[in-house]
Design a protein around this ligand. Structure first.
Ligand code: CP
Length: 327
């Protein structure tokens, strides 16, 4: 599988409409803004007594999650249902892949059931891109997280949350704290923030949890927490991804919390109106203190709620792009 960022030709129709959503890289600011604006129109659907609109009636969306998930899988399912689509949740552990069926054969069979969308989470970087290059035309692929590479809908729901609370991106300083090395979320967030015009994106982590080419991401690097947090408007914590660590990159979780854990006291270095975000799942007492996670400045559960509307936007835009006749 390729870990090259997908070109805009793979993700967009010749007319510039979204047809697959695989990564933020190479997507124009106008398209990211269109996703946010489309999502804004869907937020109120969740407040209605009848929580759906008929946009994807008759369409079938398939959740293909080869890795565990709570938030992403359920909010994609809810998003599809709120768009009136039919939803299949593949139980990968009990599928014929456990009898040796290849990924591509599995996809061929799901295509034969007239599926319109595959939402894919996979441990291998490049998996969603690989699938997008092998599915028949008219099936849209949405990346729900691939290895360390990208988690573009998470980044877009984070952008939605920031725009909601801060009004826009111009002049904003955003600090991303924690395990950047293993984080597909951080990569997608940095790409989205820089494309949307944030003034400064910072990453804060010990050297062992920073990628070797971290400067190439376009973020300012800090190895100490307090100078990295100084006057930040948005502070995002990342989960320590123990399952992806092949060697001892940290002395202990206690030591990580002592040096990089977020709490009310440390947040005093950030802007007084700074918001606190976390993509989840959280390790309370490791990357973030419970008091801060549940406190007034935390928007963590709002990120989850906005995620439904953002995923509705991406799904409806991909299907519309596939149906535009431009693919
Ligand atoms: N943020 C996120 O991707 O969470 P899940 O692993 O629960 O989907």
């Amino acid at each position: 599988m390729t870990t090259e960022p997908p070109s805009s030709e793979v993700q967009l129709t010749p007319g510039g409409r979204l047809r697959h959503f695989l990564a933020i890289e190479n997507l124009p600011r106008s398209l990211l803004t269109e996703i946010l604006d489309t999502a804004a129109g869907f937020v109120s659907v969740g407040d209605r007594s009848v929580k759906n609109v008929p946009l994807l009636r008759g369409k079938t969306s398939v959740n293909l999650f080869f890795e565990p998930s709570t938030r992403t899988r359920t909010t994609f399912e809810l998003a599809a249902k709120r768009l009136s689509a039919d939803v299949l949740n593949m139980d990968i552990a009990h599928s014929a892949t456990s009898k040796g069926e290849s990924l591509l054969d599995m996809l061929r069979n799901l295509e034969a059931m007239a599926s319109d969308l595959f939402v894919v989470r996979h441990a291998d970087s490049g998996a969603a891109h690989f699938i997008a290059r092998h599915v028949t035309p008219n099936v849209a692929i949405i990346n729900a997280g691939d290895g360390r590479h990208a988690h573009p809908t998470q980044a877009m729901l984070d952008m939605y949350t920031i725009r909601h609370y801060k009004g826009g991106f111009e002049g904003l300083t955003v600090a991303i704290v924690g395990d950047v090395l293993h984080s597909r979320v951080a990569r997608s967030q940095i790409n989205a923030l820089l494309t949307l015009g944030a003034e400064e994106v910072r990453v804060i982590a010990p050297r062992t949890l920073l990628p070797a080419d971290v400067e190439a991401l376009g973020a300012r690097v800090f190895t100490e927490l307090e100078p990295g947090l100084r006057d930040a408007d948005v502070v995002m914590a990342l989960r320590l991804q123990r399952e992806r660590m092949q060697s001892a990159l940290l002395p202990s979780e206690g030591e990580f919390y002592r040096l990089y854990g977020l709490n009310e006291d440390r947040l005093r270095h950030a802007h007084p109106q700074a918001i606190v975000m976390h993509p989840g799942p959280m390790n309370r007492g490791v990357e973030i203190d419970s008091g801060l996670a549940d406190g007034e400045r935390s928007v963590i559960l709002h990120q989850v709620t906005f995620g439904i509307a953002v995923r509705m936007a991406v799904m409806s835009m991909c299907v519309s792009g596939q149906e535009s006749g431009e693919v």
